[in-house]
Structures are given as C-alpha cells and as structure tokens.
Design a binder for this molecule. Sequence first.
Ligand code: AFP
Length: 337
Amino acid sequence: MRRITLTRFLIEAQRQQGAQNNDLRLLIEVVARACKAISVAIGKGSLGGVLGEAGSDNVQGEAQKKLDVISNEILLEANEWGGHLAGMASEEMELPHAIPSHYPRGEYLLLFDPLDGSSNIDVNISVGTIFSVLKCADSSCDLHDHDFMQKGTRQVAAGYTVYGPSTLLVLTLGNGVHCFTLDRELGSFVLTRENLSIPADTREFAINMSNQRFWEKPMQRYVNELVAGKEGPRGTDFNMRWVASMVADVHRILTRGGIFMYPLDSKTVAQGGKLRLMYEANPMAFIVEQAGGAATTGRERILDLEPTGLHQRVPVVLGSKNEVERVTRYHQEGSEG
Ligand code: AFP
C-alpha cells in the first residue's frame, strides 16, 4: 500500500496548486508535531501525572485542567520560532501571543482551542485540538485582538485532531477535507481518508438535551419533531449521540453524517452562546462546508459572521446540509411569526 505521510501530502498539494507557500506547509507540520506531543501527554494519563485540575481559570472563567495548560504551552512553544507566524491566540489566553522579538515573524495567524472537551479528559473519553489559520494584514506592527477578528471565509486552513482510540488529524486547506491517522510507532501522520463527504440527509442528531427547556421555540420545535419519530411529522425515527467533546461529535458527522447543535439558550444568551467563534465554530464550519455540509448559527452562515471579539461566543448548528437548512428555516419562520 502507498503510504502518504502528511509531509508528502502537503508537498504534493503545494505542487498541484503551483504555489510555493513553504510557510503554510511548515505551519501545518509544526501544528501536527505539537499535536503528536499532546497526544503522547494524554496517552500517559495518570502515569504522566497530567490528569486533574490546574487550579486556575481561563479567560472564559472556566476551571483549567492540567492538560489544558500543557497543551497550550506545547502549541505556543512549537510555533514560536519557525518564522511562519505573526502571532497566536488561544482559548486559554486572554490576549494574543506575539512572536518574541528575537525570532523572525511570518504572515500567518494561528488560533486554537488547545484541548477541546477537556472536562472529558479525566474519564478517558476522546478530546481534541481545534485550529484555524488566517493571514495577518500587517505583520510588521504590534498585534491586537482586531488583527485576528476576521470573517471565517478568510481562513486559509483549519483542522482538528481527535485524541481517541487512535489519534487523527483532519485538515482542510480550502480544497476538500482529508483525514490522517497517527502511526504511533513511526511518529508520522498518514493519509487514511481523502475528500471526506457529509451526506446531505441524516437520522442522527447531537445536542445536550438537558438544556431543552432553555432553548428558543424554533429549536424546541425541531428537536420535538425528531424525538416524535415515526409517529411525528418527520415520519421516521432519529437516533441521538452526545459526547460533549465537539471534536468527537463533529468527527462522527464527518464519518457518517448527522447534525450537531449547541443552540442559543436562556442560560447563555447574554454571552451570545456557548461555543467560541474564532477557534471552535469558524474552523469547524470551514471543515464541514468543505465536506459538503452546512454550518449556521440557526440564523446566519457562521463563516459570514463579522467577529466582535477574540473570545466571542456563538450558537452553532452544523452537519448534514438538509437538516441544517431545516433548523435555519424554522428560526426564520419563528422570527417572522
Ligand atoms: P470543555 O472543553 O470545557 O469540556 O467544553 C467542551 C465544549 O466546548 C464542546 O467541546 C462540547 O460540545 C460542549 O462544550 C459540551 O458542553 P456541555 O457540557 O454543556 O454539554
């Protein structure tokens, strides 16, 4: 069997596009290398002394796990010195991280959620890293939040890793979505699925049902219809899954279809939703659209949102196109009625 490593894949993709962007290739390879190190730390579990609370809160006021802090540091350290980045921003840091002045600066910006689903880490359930790559309009001056606050349509690459039974890297450079599996013995990511495609229809949905009473009416209507099954207006039974690690739920959707929803609810409405736009919703929306799916807030396309803050939160509805469109239609009908 022909083994295509991530490096070979990136070089061949670069050749096909006729572009000589070595910095973007270096960036993706460095992120992948950092994710290997995170995968090793996670894999050690209790033996590595890495489980449990760090004893601090992040910018969102959420308790940080030791592995949140470790993963953040691994990504920062790996990406600082290569000369490919103008700066980084992370869920775990209030302010952007500038490249130290003794290193060269490049034209890209890297945003990441270093360890998504980290509340699952102590119970040995899949977690992941999500990342988004943008270009910096002016990499010569000091970095501010607004340098990162670009629409999702301006992403040049996005990806996530899932640290599960196997470690996977799912990547888009804006030309389809491809999945690599970490060969743990050789330490390289190997292409295992090309051009992932999300079926337009699905009978599987993912949502935290315990929030049902807090949702808006259009979301209540949509989920009530799914739960009513064969006897309801949809005339068919639906199945539900909720891992509570977005990477794992989204990866299932990229594998066999489905719809993932973290809608607006009365608990999170004041902050705009639960999930973060710049390093959760935008990269996942880019990936999902590249795989033929759709991603909205229930009202607007996620990739068209004009960011209002580095750590902005938004409602998220993504996955199989026909179901996402139905949810969005119900919201439109709800606001008309
Ligand atoms: P943590 O990283 O704090 O575990 O949050 C994970 C997450 O942002 C996302 O990955 C899940 O889909 C969602 O939150 C789960 O939220 P609930 O715990 O409210 O179901």
